[in-house]
Write a protein that binds this ligand. Structure first.
Ligand SMILES: NC(=O)C1=CN([C@@H]2O[C@H](COP(=O)(O)OP(=O)(O)OC[C@H]3O[C@@H](n4cnc5c(N)ncnc54)[C@H](O)[C@@H]3O)[C@@H](O)[C@H]2O)C=CC1
Ligand SMILES: O=C(O)CCC(=O)C(=O)O
Length: 323
Protein backbone atom coordinates (compact mmCIF):
# COMPACT_ATOMS: atom_id res chain seq x y z
CA UNK A 1 0.00 0.00 0.00
CA UNK A 2 1.34 3.44 -0.86
CA UNK A 3 2.26 5.80 1.95
CA UNK A 4 0.32 9.04 2.57
CA UNK A 5 2.02 11.97 0.83
CA UNK A 6 3.13 14.95 2.91
CA UNK A 7 4.09 17.99 0.86
CA UNK A 8 6.49 20.52 2.39
CA UNK A 9 5.95 23.75 0.44
CA UNK A 10 8.16 26.09 2.48
CA UNK A 11 11.66 25.62 3.86
CA UNK A 12 11.06 23.83 7.17
CA UNK A 13 13.59 22.63 9.73
CA UNK A 14 15.11 19.19 8.96
CA UNK A 15 13.64 18.19 12.35
CA UNK A 16 10.24 18.23 10.64
CA UNK A 17 11.09 15.31 8.38
CA UNK A 18 12.78 13.46 11.26
CA UNK A 19 9.68 13.88 13.40
CA UNK A 20 7.43 12.58 10.62
CA UNK A 21 9.41 9.33 10.50
CA UNK A 22 9.12 6.73 7.78
CA UNK A 23 5.37 6.24 7.64
CA UNK A 24 4.92 8.93 4.97
CA UNK A 25 6.23 9.87 1.58
CA UNK A 26 7.66 13.35 2.11
CA UNK A 27 7.84 15.56 -0.97
CA UNK A 28 9.14 19.12 -1.33
CA UNK A 29 8.09 21.98 -3.56
CA UNK A 30 8.44 25.76 -3.79
CA UNK A 31 5.09 26.99 -2.52
CA UNK A 32 5.70 30.47 -3.94
CA UNK A 33 5.75 28.93 -7.43
CA UNK A 34 2.02 28.74 -8.02
CA UNK A 35 2.10 26.26 -10.91
CA UNK A 36 4.43 23.92 -9.02
CA UNK A 37 2.32 24.11 -5.87
CA UNK A 38 -0.95 23.39 -7.72
CA UNK A 39 0.62 20.44 -9.52
CA UNK A 40 2.22 18.92 -6.43
CA UNK A 41 -0.63 19.44 -4.01
CA UNK A 42 -2.93 17.35 -6.22
CA UNK A 43 -1.42 14.16 -4.75
CA UNK A 44 -0.97 15.38 -1.18
CA UNK A 45 -2.65 14.06 1.95
CA UNK A 46 -1.05 16.81 4.03
CA UNK A 47 0.44 20.18 3.16
CA UNK A 48 3.02 21.83 5.44
CA UNK A 49 3.87 25.53 5.12
CA UNK A 50 5.39 28.53 6.89
CA UNK A 51 4.21 32.04 6.03
CA UNK A 52 5.42 32.36 2.44
CA UNK A 53 3.03 29.91 0.77
CA UNK A 54 -0.50 31.21 0.16
CA UNK A 55 -2.95 28.36 0.71
CA UNK A 56 -6.16 29.73 -0.76
CA UNK A 57 -9.37 28.15 -2.07
CA UNK A 58 -7.73 27.38 -5.42
CA UNK A 59 -4.96 25.36 -3.77
CA UNK A 60 -7.44 23.51 -1.56
CA UNK A 61 -9.67 22.75 -4.56
CA UNK A 62 -6.63 21.39 -6.44
CA UNK A 63 -6.02 18.85 -3.65
CA UNK A 64 -8.87 16.32 -3.56
CA UNK A 65 -7.02 14.03 -1.14
CA UNK A 66 -5.90 16.75 1.25
CA UNK A 67 -6.81 16.05 4.87
CA UNK A 68 -4.70 18.50 6.83
CA UNK A 69 -2.82 21.76 6.33
CA UNK A 70 -0.01 22.24 8.85
CA UNK A 71 1.25 25.76 9.51
CA UNK A 72 4.67 25.73 11.17
CA UNK A 73 4.11 29.00 13.02
CA UNK A 74 1.38 31.18 14.51
CA UNK A 75 -0.33 33.41 11.93
CA UNK A 76 -2.97 31.78 9.76
CA UNK A 77 -3.52 34.76 7.49
CA UNK A 78 -1.85 32.93 4.56
CA UNK A 79 -4.37 30.10 4.82
CA UNK A 80 -8.01 30.31 3.80
CA UNK A 81 -9.33 28.57 6.91
CA UNK A 82 -13.05 28.87 5.94
CA UNK A 83 -12.29 27.29 2.52
CA UNK A 84 -10.39 24.48 4.25
CA UNK A 85 -13.21 23.93 6.72
CA UNK A 86 -15.79 23.84 3.93
CA UNK A 87 -13.67 21.21 2.18
CA UNK A 88 -13.32 19.15 5.37
CA UNK A 89 -9.61 19.88 5.65
CA UNK A 90 -8.17 20.36 9.13
CA UNK A 91 -5.85 23.33 9.71
CA UNK A 92 -3.27 23.05 12.48
CA UNK A 93 -0.64 25.54 13.60
CA UNK A 94 2.01 25.74 16.33
CA UNK A 95 0.81 28.52 18.65
CA UNK A 96 3.76 28.33 21.05
CA UNK A 97 6.75 27.26 18.96
CA UNK A 98 8.13 30.63 17.87
CA UNK A 99 6.69 33.13 20.35
CA UNK A 100 9.90 33.55 22.37
CA UNK A 101 11.84 34.20 19.18
CA UNK A 102 9.27 36.73 17.95
CA UNK A 103 9.31 38.45 21.34
CA UNK A 104 13.11 38.55 21.39
CA UNK A 105 13.24 40.09 17.91
CA UNK A 106 10.73 42.71 19.07
CA UNK A 107 12.99 43.58 22.01
CA UNK A 108 15.98 43.73 19.66
CA UNK A 109 14.10 46.14 17.38
CA UNK A 110 12.98 48.29 20.30
CA UNK A 111 16.62 48.66 21.29
CA UNK A 112 17.80 49.08 17.70
CA UNK A 113 15.34 51.87 16.94
CA UNK A 114 16.07 53.61 20.26
CA UNK A 115 19.84 53.59 19.65
CA UNK A 116 20.07 53.68 15.81
CA UNK A 117 22.13 50.47 15.89
CA UNK A 118 21.80 49.46 12.19
CA UNK A 119 22.34 53.01 10.93
CA UNK A 120 25.44 53.50 13.09
CA UNK A 121 26.80 50.13 12.01
CA UNK A 122 26.26 50.93 8.32
CA UNK A 123 27.89 54.35 8.70
CA UNK A 124 30.98 52.98 10.41
CA UNK A 125 31.36 50.24 7.79
CA UNK A 126 31.34 53.05 5.23
CA UNK A 127 34.34 54.61 6.96
CA UNK A 128 32.51 57.34 8.88
CA UNK A 129 32.87 57.85 12.66
CA UNK A 130 29.74 59.90 13.32
CA UNK A 131 29.14 59.79 17.05
CA UNK A 132 27.19 63.04 17.12
CA UNK A 133 24.63 61.81 14.62
CA UNK A 134 23.43 58.83 16.61
CA UNK A 135 22.33 60.14 19.97
CA UNK A 136 19.58 57.80 21.10
CA UNK A 137 17.02 57.57 23.84
CA UNK A 138 16.91 55.35 26.93
CA UNK A 139 14.20 52.77 27.39
CA UNK A 140 14.39 52.99 31.16
CA UNK A 141 11.62 55.15 32.58
CA UNK A 142 9.72 55.19 29.28
CA UNK A 143 6.22 53.90 28.61
CA UNK A 144 5.83 50.85 26.36
CA UNK A 145 2.39 50.50 24.80
CA UNK A 146 1.57 46.91 23.83
CA UNK A 147 -1.40 46.43 21.52
CA UNK A 148 -2.40 42.77 21.73
CA UNK A 149 -1.53 41.14 25.04
CA UNK A 150 -1.46 37.53 23.87
CA UNK A 151 1.51 35.20 24.01
CA UNK A 152 4.06 37.43 22.27
CA UNK A 153 2.76 40.72 23.68
CA UNK A 154 3.10 39.39 27.22
CA UNK A 155 6.61 38.02 26.62
CA UNK A 156 7.67 41.41 25.25
CA UNK A 157 6.07 43.22 28.19
CA UNK A 158 7.88 41.01 30.72
CA UNK A 159 11.23 41.45 29.02
CA UNK A 160 10.95 45.21 28.57
CA UNK A 161 9.84 45.68 32.17
CA UNK A 162 13.31 44.38 33.06
CA UNK A 163 14.69 47.38 31.14
CA UNK A 164 12.80 49.66 33.51
CA UNK A 165 9.92 50.41 31.16
CA UNK A 166 6.40 51.02 32.40
CA UNK A 167 4.11 48.76 30.38
CA UNK A 168 0.57 49.63 29.40
CA UNK A 169 -1.51 47.41 27.14
CA UNK A 170 -4.67 47.37 25.09
CA UNK A 171 -6.43 44.08 24.41
CA UNK A 172 -10.23 43.96 24.59
CA UNK A 173 -10.15 40.15 24.74
CA UNK A 174 -7.91 39.90 27.78
CA UNK A 175 -9.34 40.29 31.28
CA UNK A 176 -7.88 43.40 32.98
CA UNK A 177 -6.87 41.26 35.99
CA UNK A 178 -4.62 39.18 33.73
CA UNK A 179 -2.73 42.33 32.73
CA UNK A 180 -2.49 43.75 36.23
CA UNK A 181 -1.31 40.37 37.57
CA UNK A 182 1.76 40.91 35.38
CA UNK A 183 2.26 44.52 36.46
CA UNK A 184 0.79 45.81 33.20
CA UNK A 185 -1.80 48.58 33.17
CA UNK A 186 -4.74 47.75 30.86
CA UNK A 187 -5.90 50.85 28.99
CA UNK A 188 -8.20 51.83 26.13
CA UNK A 189 -6.42 52.23 22.79
CA UNK A 190 -6.70 56.03 22.77
CA UNK A 191 -5.03 56.28 26.19
CA UNK A 192 -2.27 53.97 25.05
CA UNK A 193 -1.67 56.06 21.94
CA UNK A 194 -1.35 59.33 23.81
CA UNK A 195 0.78 57.95 26.65
CA UNK A 196 3.32 55.59 25.11
CA UNK A 197 6.92 56.40 24.15
CA UNK A 198 7.25 53.08 22.31
CA UNK A 199 4.37 51.31 20.61
CA UNK A 200 4.45 47.63 19.66
CA UNK A 201 1.66 45.58 18.06
CA UNK A 202 1.19 41.85 18.61
CA UNK A 203 -2.04 41.01 16.85
CA UNK A 204 -3.25 38.50 14.29
CA UNK A 205 -4.03 40.00 10.89
CA UNK A 206 -7.82 40.12 10.64
CA UNK A 207 -10.41 42.46 9.13
CA UNK A 208 -10.58 44.09 12.57
CA UNK A 209 -6.84 44.59 13.09
CA UNK A 210 -5.79 45.60 9.56
CA UNK A 211 -5.07 49.35 9.71
CA UNK A 212 -5.76 49.41 13.46
CA UNK A 213 -2.83 51.82 13.79
CA UNK A 214 -3.72 54.12 10.91
CA UNK A 215 -3.71 57.80 10.02
CA UNK A 216 -6.07 58.87 12.83
CA UNK A 217 -4.28 56.82 15.48
CA UNK A 218 -0.87 58.19 14.45
CA UNK A 219 -2.22 61.72 14.89
CA UNK A 220 -2.71 60.95 18.60
CA UNK A 221 0.80 59.78 19.47
CA UNK A 222 3.65 61.84 20.88
CA UNK A 223 6.09 63.00 18.19
CA UNK A 224 8.84 61.19 20.12
CA UNK A 225 7.14 57.79 19.78
CA UNK A 226 8.89 54.82 18.16
CA UNK A 227 6.61 52.23 16.51
CA UNK A 228 7.47 48.53 16.17
CA UNK A 229 5.59 45.97 14.09
CA UNK A 230 6.64 42.32 14.36
CA UNK A 231 3.05 41.11 13.86
CA UNK A 232 1.77 41.54 10.30
CA UNK A 233 2.19 44.16 7.61
CA UNK A 234 -0.69 46.58 7.44
CA UNK A 235 -1.69 46.39 11.12
CA UNK A 236 0.34 49.58 11.26
CA UNK A 237 -0.73 51.28 8.04
CA UNK A 238 2.45 51.68 5.97
CA UNK A 239 1.38 54.84 4.11
CA UNK A 240 0.18 56.53 7.31
CA UNK A 241 3.42 55.55 9.05
CA UNK A 242 5.51 56.97 6.20
CA UNK A 243 3.62 60.27 6.38
CA UNK A 244 3.97 60.46 10.16
CA UNK A 245 7.71 59.68 10.00
CA UNK A 246 8.42 62.23 7.28
CA UNK A 247 6.26 64.90 8.94
CA UNK A 248 7.99 64.43 12.31
CA UNK A 249 4.88 63.09 14.04
CA UNK A 250 6.61 59.76 14.78
CA UNK A 251 10.31 59.64 15.69
CA UNK A 252 11.17 56.17 14.46
CA UNK A 253 9.89 52.78 13.40
CA UNK A 254 11.12 49.22 13.27
CA UNK A 255 9.39 46.76 10.97
CA UNK A 256 9.73 43.02 10.47
CA UNK A 257 6.58 42.53 8.40
CA UNK A 258 5.07 44.20 5.33
CA UNK A 259 1.77 44.40 3.50
CA UNK A 260 3.28 42.57 0.54
CA UNK A 261 6.01 40.02 1.12
CA UNK A 262 8.66 39.51 -0.01
CA UNK A 263 9.14 43.28 0.23
CA UNK A 264 12.41 44.61 -1.18
CA UNK A 265 11.27 48.11 -2.09
CA UNK A 266 9.40 50.54 0.11
CA UNK A 267 9.55 54.30 0.61
CA UNK A 268 10.03 53.42 4.29
CA UNK A 269 13.42 51.86 3.51
CA UNK A 270 14.73 55.25 2.38
CA UNK A 271 14.11 56.84 5.78
CA UNK A 272 16.99 57.24 8.27
CA UNK A 273 14.70 56.63 11.22
CA UNK A 274 13.46 53.22 10.06
CA UNK A 275 14.95 49.84 10.99
CA UNK A 276 13.77 46.99 8.79
CA UNK A 277 14.18 43.21 8.88
CA UNK A 278 12.79 40.69 6.36
CA UNK A 279 10.19 38.82 8.48
CA UNK A 280 12.75 37.26 10.80
CA UNK A 281 10.63 37.01 13.95
CA UNK A 282 10.55 33.23 13.89
CA UNK A 283 13.90 32.74 12.23
CA UNK A 284 15.90 31.06 14.98
CA UNK A 285 17.11 27.49 15.11
CA UNK A 286 15.07 26.88 18.25
CA UNK A 287 11.80 28.28 16.89
CA UNK A 288 12.10 26.48 13.59
CA UNK A 289 12.96 23.18 15.20
CA UNK A 290 9.99 23.44 17.57
CA UNK A 291 7.63 24.59 14.83
CA UNK A 292 8.73 21.72 12.59
CA UNK A 293 8.44 19.05 15.26
CA UNK A 294 5.14 20.34 16.68
CA UNK A 295 3.51 20.64 13.27
CA UNK A 296 4.78 17.21 12.24
CA UNK A 297 3.25 15.65 15.35
CA UNK A 298 -0.09 17.38 14.82
CA UNK A 299 -0.22 16.42 11.16
CA UNK A 300 0.59 12.80 12.02
CA UNK A 301 -2.23 12.80 14.58
CA UNK A 302 -4.63 14.32 12.08
CA UNK A 303 -3.72 11.73 9.43
CA UNK A 304 -4.28 8.99 12.01
CA UNK A 305 -7.76 10.41 12.65
CA UNK A 306 -6.90 11.48 16.17
CA UNK A 307 -8.09 14.80 17.66
CA UNK A 308 -5.56 17.62 17.44
CA UNK A 309 -5.56 20.24 20.18
CA UNK A 310 -3.83 22.81 17.96
CA UNK A 311 -6.50 22.59 15.25
CA UNK A 312 -7.61 26.05 14.16
CA UNK A 313 -10.85 24.81 12.63
CA UNK A 314 -13.48 22.46 13.97
CA UNK A 315 -11.21 20.59 16.41
CA UNK A 316 -14.19 18.71 17.78
CA UNK A 317 -14.88 17.52 14.23
CA UNK A 318 -11.34 16.35 13.61
CA UNK A 319 -12.40 12.74 13.42
CA UNK A 320 -15.19 13.46 10.97
CA UNK A 321 -13.11 15.50 8.56
CA UNK A 322 -11.96 13.82 5.36
CA UNK A 323 -11.34 10.17 6.10
N1 LIG B 1 7.23 38.36 12.72
C1 LIG B 1 7.11 37.07 12.92
O1 LIG B 1 7.93 36.28 12.47
C2 LIG B 1 5.98 36.53 13.75
C3 LIG B 1 4.78 37.19 13.75
N2 LIG B 1 3.75 36.67 14.47
C4 LIG B 1 2.48 37.42 14.45
O2 LIG B 1 2.19 37.80 15.79
C5 LIG B 1 0.80 37.64 15.98
C6 LIG B 1 0.51 37.52 17.46
O3 LIG B 1 1.00 36.29 17.93
P1 LIG B 1 0.64 35.75 19.39
O4 LIG B 1 0.91 36.76 20.43
O5 LIG B 1 1.30 34.44 19.51
O6 LIG B 1 -0.93 35.57 19.25
P2 LIG B 1 -2.00 35.47 20.42
O7 LIG B 1 -3.22 34.92 19.79
O8 LIG B 1 -1.43 34.79 21.60
O9 LIG B 1 -2.25 37.00 20.81
C7 LIG B 1 -2.91 37.90 19.98
C8 LIG B 1 -3.64 38.85 20.88
O10 LIG B 1 -4.23 39.88 20.08
C9 LIG B 1 -5.45 40.24 20.73
N3 LIG B 1 -6.30 41.00 19.83
C10 LIG B 1 -7.05 40.55 18.79
N4 LIG B 1 -7.70 41.59 18.22
C11 LIG B 1 -7.34 42.71 18.91
C12 LIG B 1 -7.66 44.08 18.79
N5 LIG B 1 -8.49 44.53 17.84
N6 LIG B 1 -7.10 44.97 19.65
C13 LIG B 1 -6.25 44.54 20.62
N7 LIG B 1 -5.92 43.22 20.79
C14 LIG B 1 -6.46 42.33 19.96
C15 LIG B 1 -6.05 38.92 21.15
O11 LIG B 1 -7.01 39.10 22.17
C16 LIG B 1 -4.82 38.18 21.65
O12 LIG B 1 -4.65 38.34 23.04
C17 LIG B 1 0.46 36.41 15.15
O13 LIG B 1 -0.91 36.36 14.81
C18 LIG B 1 1.33 36.58 13.95
O14 LIG B 1 0.64 37.28 12.93
C19 LIG B 1 3.87 35.54 15.21
C20 LIG B 1 5.04 34.85 15.23
C21 LIG B 1 6.20 35.29 14.49
O1 LIG C 1 8.93 32.41 9.68
C1 LIG C 1 7.77 32.09 9.65
O2 LIG C 1 7.36 30.97 9.40
C2 LIG C 1 6.73 33.14 9.95
C3 LIG C 1 6.47 33.25 11.39
C4 LIG C 1 5.23 33.99 11.60
O3 LIG C 1 5.06 35.09 11.10
C5 LIG C 1 4.16 33.36 12.38
O4 LIG C 1 4.42 32.31 12.96
O5 LIG C 1 3.07 33.91 12.39
Amino acid sequence: MSKPVILLADRLSPATVDALGSAYEVRHCDGTDRAELLAQVAAADALLVRSATRVDAEVIAAAPGLKVIGRAGVGLDNIDVPAATAAGVLVVNTPTANVVSAAELTCALLLAVARHVPQADATLRNGRWERGRFTGTELSGKVLGVVGLGRIGLLVAQRMAAFGMTVIAHDPHVAPERATAHGIEPVPLDDLLTRCDFLTVHLPKTAETLGLIGREELKKVKPSVRVVNVARGGIVDEDALYEALTEGRVAGAALDVYVTEPCTESPLFALDNVVATPHLGASTEEAQEKAGVFVARSVARALAGEPVAEAANAPERALSLRA
